[in-house]
Design a protein around this ligand. Sequence first.
Ligand SMILES: Nc1ncnc2c1ncn2[C@@H]1O[C@H](COP(=O)(O)OP(=O)(O)OC[C@H]2O[C@@H]([n+]3cccc(C(=O)O)c3)[C@H](O)[C@@H]2O)[C@@H](O)[C@H]1O
Ligand SMILES: Nc1ncnc2c1ncn2[C@@H]1O[C@H](COP(=O)(O)OP(=O)(O)OP(=O)(O)O)[C@@H](O)[C@H]1O
Ligand SMILES: [Mg+2]
Length: 272
Amino acid sequence: MSELDRRYLQELIIAELGVSPSFDAELEIERRISFLADQLSLTGATTYVLGISGGVDSSTAGRLCQLAVERVRAGGGNATFVAMRLPYGVQHDEDDAQRALEFIRPDEVLTVDIKSATDAMVESVKHSDLGDRADFHTGNIKARQRMIAQYVVAGARGGLVVGTDHAAEAVVGFYTKYGDGACDLTPLAGLTKRRVRAIGSQLGASDQITGKVPTADLESDKPGLPDEQALGVRYDEIDDFLEGKPVSDEAAETIIGHHRRTIHKRAMPIAP
Ligand SMILES: Nc1ncnc2c1ncn2[C@@H]1O[C@H](COP(=O)(O)OP(=O)(O)OC[C@H]2O[C@@H]([n+]3cccc(C(=O)O)c3)[C@H](O)[C@@H]2O)[C@@H](O)[C@H]1O
Ligand SMILES: Nc1ncnc2c1ncn2[C@@H]1O[C@H](COP(=O)(O)OP(=O)(O)OP(=O)(O)O)[C@@H](O)[C@H]1O
Ligand SMILES: [Mg+2]
């Protein structure tokens, strides 16, 4: 691909994902809290539901949700934030998840262990050929079990499920389709990873939270596998690409390759 073609594609992707050329953490916090508060009155929902893993994305989105529901209540409205802990058995970095909850100070914490549901599904499909990546596919079952748990709570409480997708994940399609990719609204949309960290930090998250190595943590064989290792590209490079800065040929090709292979995840289902 020529330099000019690549540059053009970069601009198209930046526009597709709505990454802003400038960034002010305070302004973005205000804009996103207002968005979350407004959506409750617009939809008639009274509850936000979000899984809290201990990672920076859910910590930041969770705090924004809590601040939004507090704002709605201060205005006389009815709104609650339910933070869900969704471990698969015992989470190896449970301390980080507890630190995230201390930072968020959610109205309610609900814990659902997704292990039995995940294991039951694995057992039920084991007669089908899962090939040599069974642990990888089980990881996607975990993400989808978390989705089910959040949707049942949202359904029962007149709530909406909050997603943590942002531009740096969306561009490479690094999420499970209809798993953590399934949600009703995405308050972090358009942000690069470093901007999510900056917002988290501005909201008062500790360095331990904002500096935590990003991990999907879905594969039992590879606990805490860093996203950057799975993706083959660093978030700093993804962020530079999305902020319109130059990146190495290798990084650009990796990002564009992931983007191309995951177009279907950012689109409606294919129809005739
Ligand atoms: N061209 C096409 N047009 C329409 N649909 C297409 C398609 N190609 C695949 N598909 C469908 O998409 C499916 C594959 O997508 P999907 O099921 O998502 O699975 P896949 O993309 O293979 O795996 C999910 C990836 O996201 C990562 N992840 C997941 C969850 C959370 C996080 C995190 O960062 O926290 C990361 C995970 O580590 C893994 O690398 C196929 O099984 C097929 O059903
Ligand atoms: N163990 C878990 N408990 C509760 N929710 C989870 C868990 N693991 C993942 N999730 C949900 O799935 C989302 C996607 O995970 P992802 O790893 O992208 O985000 P994160 O863990 O918040 O941040 P990071 O990407 O930096 O690790 C999380 O934001 C969270 O809402
Ligand atoms: Mg994570």
